[in-house]
Design a protein around this ligand. Structure first.
Ligand code: NAD
Length: 356
């Protein structure tokens, strides 16, 4: 089992070091190799995703990724900005499925913007299609409006498109994930208005025939946005397109209240995946030893479950995280009165100690 370890910028190296510490403590015979990515790679070699890093990622079973980005690179031309490394990796590895769990731990319910009783015990998995939709559809651009009330005015336009095979493969991924949980899948679209969404709905309904043990529900995206803040615990697995998933995954993340706790996975058809925290490189706190490493540690658990077929080891990590929270240990971002403030590495050490 080969893992490409790409810490990246800002707090990336601090949080990835803790995830690696936890992985090593599991004694699983993992081969790990490190490479530069993002701003540090640009500084060292002139490109945010150097050829050697890309090759390492392509040959690995999974990529453990920290974060990329730093304000000092904001004026670089777009193709050289650190964030381009993620897009390059997604493209090169064909990572079409983004899995983002939003789990609200009992001890952190106060951090949510919703009332504790609405989110205590919340565990939603959002499956977002990542390589299609209006973000990539052609044609797109700016032109003189060819018709309508504002003909001749400058207009911007994008194209929303999905093909049946693209919807089928993300639907299969979501049904399989639902099978391993409560066997309930909510497919989110805007089929009352959009042709693309009607095709999405028809295709998901077809794929459902292969998963009769899973209940399928269709929901319009505006309703899904409401249900997420009204009764989020009624949802279990949500599958949706790139645009709606972008927005709903951040909404779901806010339900948990703490960005430092949220892992994510991006997978291709071979289950090769890139695993990273949902947050960015947090340059404002980098180098201070106060970043929360739990999102990255939980991303490593997802890596074991989805790419390396080690669900048992993944559960050990997830239980250890629950234990350290129950012990009252908190990095500053999730600290509240009566709990014990710890550093990034103290949190990593505590998770290692809490492994069964
Ligand atoms: P951010 O997620 O890095 O930070 C937002 C806020 O959350 C900051 O106050 C930060 O200190 C805090 N925070 C984030 N992660 C934390 C953690 N683990 N522990 C404690 N606090 C944490 O978002 P931003 O400030 O908008 O972006 C900073 C840089 O990260 C930018 O260059 C942006 O482009 C990049 N970015 C990268 C990714 C990625 O690598 N996938 C994702 C988002 C943003």
């Amino acid at each position: 089992m080969n893992i490409a370890v790409l810490p990246g910028d800002g707090i990336g190296s601090e949080i990835v070091a803790e995830a690696v510490k936890v992985l090593k403590a599991l004694d699983l015979k993992l081969e790990m190799e490190w490479a530069d990515v993002g701003g540090v790679a640009y500084a060292a070699s002139g490109h945010p995703l150097p050829e050697a890093t890309l090759r390492l990622a392509q040959q690995a079973d999974a990529v453990l990724f920290g974060a990329v980005g730093d304000w000092k690179y904001d004026n670089l031309e777009r193709a050289l900005r650190p964030e381009q490394a993620i897009l390059g990796l997604r493209r090169a590895l064909g990572l079409f499925a983004n899995l983002r769990p939003a789990v609200c731990y009992e001890q952190l319910t106060h951090a949510s913007s919703l009332r504790p009783e609405l989110v205590a015990g919340l565990d939603v998995l959002l499956v977002r299609e990542l390589t299609g939709d209006v973000y990539f559809g052609q044609p797109r651009g700016r032109r003189s409006a060819p018709d309508g009330a504002f003909a001749g005015a400058q207009e911007g336009f994008d194209t929303m498109r999905y093909t049946v095979p693209e919807v089928e493969r993300i639907a299969h991924m979501a049904f399989q994930a639902a099978r391993g949980r409560k066997k309930h899948l909510t497919s989110v679209d805007k089929a009352n208005v959009l042709e693309t969404s009607q095709l999405w709905r028809d295709t998901v309904t077809q794929v459902h025939k292969q998963y009769p043990d899973v209940t399928l529900e269709h929901m319009y995206v505006d309703n899904a946005a409401m249900q997420l803040v009204r009764e989020p615990k009624k949802l279990d697995v949500i599958v949706t397109g790139n645009l709606f998933g972008d927005i709903l995954s951040d909404e779901a993340a806010m339900l948990t209240g703490s960005i430092g706790m949220l892992p994510s996975a991006s997978l291709n058809e071979k289950k090769q995946g890139l695993y990273e925290p949902s947050h960015g490189s947090a340059p404002d706190i980098a180098g201070q030893g106060i970043a929360n490493p739990l999102a990255t540690i939980l991303s490593a658990a997802m890596m074991l479950r989805f790419s390396l077929d080690k669900a048992g080891a993944a559960a050990r990590i997830e239980n250890a995280v629950k234990k350290v929270l129950a012990q009252g240990l908190r990095t500053p971002d999730i600290y509240s009165e009566g709990t014990q403030k710890v550093s990034t590495s103290e949190m990593g050490d505590a998770v290692v100690r809490a492994l069964d």
